[in-house]
Design a protein around this ligand. Structure first.
Ligand code: UDP
Length: 234
């Protein structure tokens, strides 16, 4: 297999780590993700990971709570997932570093762009936790921001669903599946693949996004090698 990309941001939603459940972490899923990361790492691809927190908490689902506080809770949830991923990836023999956008030096490094790039060049997988560090943003926006900052070739958007659809395919059997889209179409059609802040940032910085399902073994490899799976947004 010949990789198409040299440096990638792998964005994993929190929900994708919960396996068949909606909540928490599933051990087998973590192992599967770790194996998939190891496979592409062995090809020499530099892998940075942005992980979501929706399997524990999302700011927007809190009803009467202060919005900023609810978002900080969501960012902390992404740190739990970062540490779980770190454990899983190191247990298959790949060195990692977790960098958080909110300082918590006892458990992770603070996010320092140049250091992150240094780790990647040294063959370590870097996991970015705590989102952007700011409330009112998402981890998809974090992926777009970090991709622009570290000059990644692509965002691999690993989800529970296998592609971008016009509607939720689980509830609407008529939902249309897209193989290719432009950033503009994502914004114009108001597709739920990512929030508009993240989509705009990708559009403005010309960042390609490859959306696919993480549960199928080997999909990260296929996406890294440019195979036609899921949906490509560019
Ligand atoms: N969050 C935030 N700022 C960020 C990134 C995340 O406030 O820069 C919070 C927000 O509340 C969000 C939660 O963290 O709902 C979890 O992230 P996200 O919803 O993106 O996770 P995913 O849906 O990918 O699991």
């Amino acid at each position: 297999m010949e990789p198409k990309y040299k440096r990638v941001i792998l964005k994993i939603s929190g929900e994708a780590l919960a396996g068949d459940e909606k909540f928490g972490l599933d051990g087998d899923t973590l192992k599967n993700v770790a194996r998939q990361v190891k496979e592409v790492h062995e090809l020499g691809v530099q892998v940075a990971i942005v992980v979501g927190g929706g399997n524990f908490w999302r700011g927007r689902t809190s009803k009467d709570m202060d919005k900023a506080t609810a978002d900080y809770m969501g960012m902390l949830a992404t740190v739990i997932n970062s540490l779980a991923l770190q454990e899983a990836i190191e247990s298959v023999g790949v060195q990692t570093r977790v960098q958080t956008a909110i300082e918590m030096r006892e458990i992770a490094e603070p996010y320092i762009r140049r250091k992150a790039v240094h780790h990647l060049e040294g063959g370590k997988v870097v996991i970015f936790g705590a989102g952007t560090g700011n409330p009112f943003f998402s981890t998809d926006t974090t992926a777009a921001l970090r991709a622009a900052e570290i000059d990644a070739d692509v965002i691999l958007l690993a989800k529970k669903v296998d592609a971008v659809y016009s509607d939720d395919p689980e509830t609407n059997p008529d939902a249309v599946r897209y193989d290719e889209l432009t950033h503009y179409e994502v914004l114009e059609k108001d597709l739920k693949v990512m929030d508009s802040t993240a989509a705009s940032l990708c559009r403005d910085n010309d960042i390609t996004i490859h959306v696919f399902g993480i549960s199928d073994d080997g999909n990260v490899m296929k996406a890294v090698c440019g195979e036609k799976i899921g949906t490509v947004i560019r």
